[in-house]
Design a protein around this ligand. Sequence first.
Ligand code: 13P
Length: 291
Amino acid sequence: MTLVNLNDVLLDAKKRSYAVGAFNFTDISTARGIVSAAEKLNAPVVLQFAQSHLPYMSLEEVGINAIQLAKKASVPVVVHLDHGEDVATAMKALKMGFSSVMLDFSLKPFKENVKATKEVVEIAHDLGASVEGEIGVMTRDDGEGMPDYSHLTDKYTKVEDAKRFYDLTHVDALAVSFGTVHGIYREKPHLNFERLHEISEALPIPLVMHGGSGLSDEEYRESIKNGITKINYYSVMSFNVVNGLRDYLNARRDKQTFLYDCDMEVIRLVEEDLMKKIKIFGSTDTALVAK
Ligand code: 13P
């Protein structure tokens, strides 16, 4: 199919209560694995690249390769900048042809978040692209004594803030905080489905889950039931692929192994991991109606 924006895939997901997988990549093999997992299940997909990963690939490399992959794909693919940290980078991505960007000013004051997001929304909509914003605080568990989960409840997105933010910016999708964190959970997360449901009832746009790694199948399903239509998932896939590659290399100790053998194995491992997620998210066979 082709390059599409978030509205092209998330509005149907919201209407029919499933979620589109949004998967991060930092190299071409992973990007290929993401698209081919979606193709194998006839599912739309968000191929996303986080600004914090720019040390591993330039925006130009990401843009050229991801847009080309999307255009050749047999399913709708959104090429999305994840966690855009400044307006200039979001604008650069839009001008390069990304079909979607996220501006994450969630840690900045509300007014500043609104002003910057609105600026990006105006340009993006003129170009036919979509924008994801974020309201609420999402932390990261990087194994360095972070975080104390008991404080997280204070940081959940408030319904009034989400509504006010949408009214002022007209973002196409909103990332909300209801108990997920980026990275690996060291304790069981406490997801506030009630709050998520209230936000979903108050807003006409699709809601986004960040920190999709480490949840149970039931937690994914319950999140979708309560309004999540885009699930960002990366860390667990990344660890599963690295572990799989280690096993692959150990099993081939006595054989000649070229770099392209590793690339092909990475593609296979990414596909294997993401196909399981796409099935749980319920987006299998939704590609034709998504556009
Ligand atoms: P995880 O790495 O926790 O799955 O989160 C991914 C994410 O939210 C990217 O924006």
